[in-house]
Design a protein around this ligand. Sequence first.
Ligand SMILES: Cc1cc2nc3c(=O)[nH]c(=O)nc-3n(C[C@H](O)[C@H](O)[C@H](O)COP(=O)(O)OP(=O)(O)OC[C@H]3O[C@@H](n4cnc5c(N)ncnc54)[C@H](O)[C@@H]3O)c2cc1C
Length: 368
Amino acid sequence: MSRVVVLGAGVSGLTSALTLLRLSRDDIQELTVLACEYPGDAHTGEYTSPWAGANWHSFAAHSDLDQIRRDKYTYTKFLQLAEDAHTAGIKKFPIKTFSAKNKGLPWYIEQKFVEDIVFLSDKELLERKLDPRKHVGYEFTTITLTPIVYNSYLLTNIKQSGGRCKKIKKLNAIEDVVDVMGYVPDLVINCTGLNGGKLLKNLEPSELQKNYPVKGQILQIYEDLPFQMIIDDLPAEDKPSQDQFLNVFPRQEGGCVVGGIFLKGDWSTEVDENLSANFLRAVKNHIPELKSTTVYNAYTAFRPGREGGVRIELSKYDLPEKKATLQVIHNYGIGGAGYQSSYGSALEVCSYARKVLSGSKELSSCKL
Ligand SMILES: Cc1cc2nc3c(=O)[nH]c(=O)nc-3n(C[C@H](O)[C@H](O)[C@H](O)COP(=O)(O)OP(=O)(O)OC[C@H]3O[C@@H](n4cnc5c(N)ncnc54)[C@H](O)[C@@H]3O)c2cc1C
């Protein structure tokens, strides 16, 4: 029986903790989530999960089979939750997606993986002021979730499954968990988002510089829409910068979030009023169903980027002064896909954890 610490209470940490408790309960004596921010906290810009859109719309490349597996598993899980878990803040919606014809179709349309796929007519594209010679439109069933409701749901389920949660001051280094807990945990899961690499400054300095922010900006509006909409490739007049696109996601409680910017390496926190005006102009041009847009909130947030993509792997670090080894499974740096891959990533964490908790040295089959 082992003592496990999950560091981080964003969607990656909470989903990892809950999945561990559900799949490996017999091997776990005690599981503690430690984090300096929990659902409901909004005091630092380094906690991404409260601010996401958040929907499932995989952007895994055709060649990225690991990410496709994670996203596939999570899609199935989310559709199930939307049916069964009425307090989870998840609702099914159709999504209309428009992208450049020359970019080809995403894996989930090519593989006919998602439910209810329909290709949209040239008539609809023209009505939305999109050129059918340049754009392709398709619809499928997906979900939107409300982050604060969903993460609180995960937290409640962790506690109901026997997990403990403790709010702590921001750690300086990952090995500080030993002082916080008063013992060397058998396993630490590192789900610290943008800080995932910084916490390894003493044990693995090569990770220190790998994390970077990808700034997003969101407007919240009161109006409802019966479908989600994404235009990846906006016409030039609606796209002052290469990094701009249009996302409109209705939420289960009503209203929509409007977004569409992906600014790599930008740490600025200010809301760009010109950008907000661009978003609303694009909505007006391409979504005639939204006859008005009453903005009641605008904010920025940072997706936790990482050079090389998300890190999900096991590392062992010697702690000579404690005469111990710290076993850490990393799950950080997921960028803009933290929700849509959360269960798949957590399953991978569990696969590594099972090997550690059962003492096996065979780690080769830990990918999903
Ligand atoms: C505008 C925007 C829109 C998005 N839309 C979507 C979407 O539609 N779909 C989707 O799948 N994803 C979306 N995302 C991405 C998603 O929000 C992130 O991938 C996800 O929230 C990352 O979660 P995380 O748990 O890895 O990190 P975080 O949520 O940042 O959690 C990190 C946790 O670690 C803790 N922590 C960090 N450092 C320390 C430390 N030193 N000591 C103690 N605790 C620490 C924090 O307190 C926090 O609890 C969006 C993001 C943005 C910004």
